[in-house]
Design a protein around this ligand. Structure first.
Ligand SMILES: NC(=O)c1ccc[n+]([C@@H]2O[C@H](COP(=O)([O-])OP(=O)(O)OC[C@H]3O[C@@H](n4cnc5c(N)ncnc54)[C@H](OP(=O)(O)O)[C@@H]3O)[C@@H](O)[C@H]2O)c1
Length: 313
């Protein structure tokens, strides 16, 4: 099968479009003919030797944790899925999942049936960002209706979904973005959008119940000042989480780090919201699998509006 593989950690030169053996089907798994894979910052961070690299074992490594495709084989002990089912999922994270490939062996308990109204590309991009937003807002953040939440980096993959889920929950949503994205985020439901280039959110916003910190580092630490006593900040970038947690102790704000987990029930809920038109997934761009370097370059700019998707023949 075709796959993107790295044999050493490094920049885009390490990404090889090559022929590899199809994955074996183990108990509890389905073999999927893959049609699309989502691209996330964790993918290129891991390929450079950061991100989830401590969890993936020996190289070579096929990146990618989310996919959408058609089941071609089902292990004997799997009864929930059949050959021919259209499925999608976010799987095995942070261990290797190999979704940048024509075939993916996926744990049946981490995947969902793809509704007809959810396109292959949208399904491939919904898992990682959607589950991060869901788990940050509801599992870690305990967001309730009529609370106020700040979403830092609202135009990104996680941010644009978090805005919509928070509005669906009935919260007031304040977010940060470049001016060119303000109308877009207002249309997605943001009540207040702040231009982070010219304004500091802490000058305008305080006493919120929850911050979803998609930036980390000094930006996350600064945003602690927006949180009311007893409120929370959920910080996404793992590399700066310890610094944000420490600062939170000084400010008496509870800082929750997060590592998104596969969860097929939550994935079903997200797909249901999409089908009910309560959630949109903005696809910023799609690239064929062999053009993954272009997708990584786009992601590394830190300016992606929504999600990047790889299409697979
Ligand atoms: N811990 C976990 O389990 C987990 C899970 C998912 C993601 N993450 C991490 O969370 C972060 C966000 O992920 P993502 O997929 O949403 O990233 P992304 O899609 O690459 O985010 C891009 C967005 O960031 C915005 N942005 C850049 N600089 C900003 C700033 N100073 N203030 C506000 N917005 C800014 C840009 O908005 P404008 O174009 O409007 O400027 C752009 O739309 C990444 O570091 C990722 O690795 C962690």
């Amino acid at each position: 099968m075709k796959a993107i593989q790295i044999s050493q950690f490094g920049d885009n030169d390490s990404l090889l479009y090559t022929e590899v053996a199809e994955p074996e089907l183990n108990p509890g798994e389905v073999l999927v003919k893959n049609r699309a894979a989502g691209v996330n910052p964790i993918d290129w961070k891991t390929c450079s030797g950061g991100g989830a690299s401590p969890f993936i074992g020996e190289l070579p490594f096929i990146p990618g944790w989310e996919f959408a495709g058609t089941i071609e084989k089902v292990a004997e002990d799997v009864s929930d899925f059949s050959v021919g089912d259209e499925v999608f999922g976010f799987i095995r994270f942070p261990e290797r999942a190999g979704c940048y490939a024509s075939y993916v062996a996926a744990p049946a308990d981490q995947i969902s049936l793809r509704p007809q109204d959810l396109s292959i590309e949208a399904a491939a991009g919904l898992g990682l960002a959607g589950l991060t937003a869901w788990q940050a807002l509801f599992d870690k953040g305990n967001l309730q209706a009529s609370q106020q939440v700040v979403v830092l980096a609202g135009a990104g993959g996680v941010g644009h979904i978090a805005i919509q889920l928070a509005k669906w929950m009935g919260a007031k949503v304040i977010t940060t973005a470049s001016p060119s994205n303000h109308d877009y985020l207002t249309a997605l439901g943001a009540d207040i959008v702040i231009d982070y280039h010219s304004q500091n959110i802490t000058d305008h916003v305080n006493n919120v119940d929850l911050v979803i910190d998609g930036m980390g580092g000094d930006i996350g630490i600064d945003a602690l000042r927006c949180v009311k006593p007893g409120g929370r900040l959920v910080t996404l970038p793992s590399v700066t989480k310890d610094a944000v947690i420490e600062a939170g102790k000084t400010m008496k704000v509870k800082v929750e780090p997060i590592r998104v987990e596969p969860n097929s029930e939550q994935l079903d809920r997200l797909a249901g919201l999409y089908v009910d038109r309560k959630l949109v997934l903005n696809i910023a761009d799609t690239f064929p699998l062999d053009q993954v370097a272009k997708a990584f370059d786009a992601s590394k700019t830190g300016r992606v509006k929504g999600k990047l998707i790889l299409t697979i023949d």
